[in-house]
Ligand binder design. Structure first.
Ligand SMILES: Nc1nc2c(ncn2[C@@H]2O[C@H](COP(=O)(O)OP(=O)(O)O)[C@@H](O)[C@H]2O)c(=O)[nH]1
Ligand SMILES: [Mg+2]
Length: 346
């Protein structure tokens, strides 16, 4: 999974990246900085300590930290556009807004960012319309497809001009299919990180201009980045003193998962235990395909135990004896924390 941190200058993106990656802050880098953040999962750590000679293989989130954006004049706006071009393939955006220091206005900053994303999409859609209008009269193989796309692009253009994000304008799978490859920015899911000062930890942040379904994480990036540099013991001590119960990386990743509708299933191998992110609603057959194409091709059954049962009863023998191992078929909907052994035959 790939996410991009988007925010105005000084909103704390680079500090946030340090907080979630545990790496030193790299403020002011000229280009995009990428860090691979392991997804914390206590279940995996439990499995690794209970299954001898296994190492935990955590899922990862690729985080792109963009240089601070500014939209004050044509020059900075053009620079922002070039950066946007480089994040068209990410899965989601994390909008970082400054809520620390003197008189921050996070709601206004968020609106500004959203407006700029809309404008960038409008520009792309308009370019696409020009191109389609030119080629639509030529009898090409793609003519029918082009006509359908042009009609949709005109609808997107009108919607974007009315300040609607593409994800609101798109009405069905068919429309989605037509524009999916363009990487429209306002089609992407997003969440918000409100970067508060040290004195406002634990405060809930509400944005009037934001849909209720959008995840908002409130944290102090500076403090969290300092905490992330410490060894485990002193970190726990400082966190307790500060009243922070969950490290930033856990809250950050949880919100990314919630935004994308992801859950994890777990596998136990000879030398590794592993967490696999899948979309909520994925069936056992497709989950098998994530692990190996052979497992999907030769799928027989998914031997499934809820992690909670395994932890409670202690080991595989005990869960079997208690009748807590289910043999699920291809269409079984995998649940978060399912420990699965795929039986297959190729
Ligand atoms: N006081 C305070 N300063 C912060 C906080 N978060 C970031 N900063 C400072 O703001 C400046 C810009 O942060 P940076 O992460 O580089 O912002 P970016 O431009 O969005 O990448 C740095 O000097 C940070 O130390 C915070 O929560 N509190
Ligand atoms: Mg930065």
């Amino acid at each position: 999974m790939k996410v991009a941190l988007i925010g105005l200058m000084q909103s704390g993106k680079s500090t946030l990246l340090s907080a979630v990656s545990g790496k030193p802050v790299r403020s002011g880098a000229a280009g995009i900085v990428e860090e691979v953040v392991p997804v914390p999962d206590e279940r995996l750590d439990w499995l690794a300590t209970h299954y001898e000679r296994t190492k935990p293989v955590h899922a990862t989130v690729d985080c792109l930290d963009l240089p601070g954006l500014a939209f004050g004049d044509e020059h900075t706006r053009a620079a922002a556009r070039r950066l946007f071009e480089q994040v068209r393939t990410v899965d989601m955006f994390v909008m970082v807004v400054k809520a620390y220091g003197d008189g921050p206005n996070p709601a206004k900053d968020l609106t500004e960012l959203q407006t700029e994303l809309l404008l960038a999409d409008l520009e792309l859609v308009t370019t696409r319309i020009d191109k389609l209008e030119k080629q639509i009269h030529k009898p090409t193989k793609t003519q029918a497809h082009d006509k359908a796309e042009l009609a949709l692009q005109l609808k997107l253009q009108a919607g974007l001009e009315a300040e609607k994000p593409v994800k609101v304008i798109i009405e069905n799978e068919h429309e989605l299919e037509l524009v999916k490859s363009l990487g429209l920015l306002t089609l992407k899911p997003m969440m918000v990180v409100a970067n508060v000062g040290e004195g406002r930890l634990g405060e809930e942040f509400k944005f009037d201009n934001l849909d209720e379904s959008v995840q908002v994480v409130t944290l102090c990036a500076k403090l969290e980045s300092e905490l992330a540099q410490l060894d485990v013991d002193s970190r726990a001590e400082f966190m307790a003193d500060l009243g922070i119960t969950t490290p930033a990386v856990n809250r950050f990743v949880q919100s990314c998962y919630a935004t994308l509708g992801l859950i994890s299933f777990l596998t136990i191998g000879k030398d590794e235990v592993r967490a696999w992110p899948i979309r909520r609603g994925t069936c056992a057959l497709d989950a098998a395909g994530k692990v190996h194409t052979d497992m999907k091709r030769g799928f027989i059954r998914a031997e499934t135990t809820a992690f909670g049962d395994l932890k409670e009863l202690g080991d595989e023998k005990a869960v079997k004896a208690a009748g807590k191992v289910r043999l699920e078929g291809k269409s079984y909907i995998v649940q978060d924390g399912d420990v699965i052994n795929f039986r297959f035959n190729v």
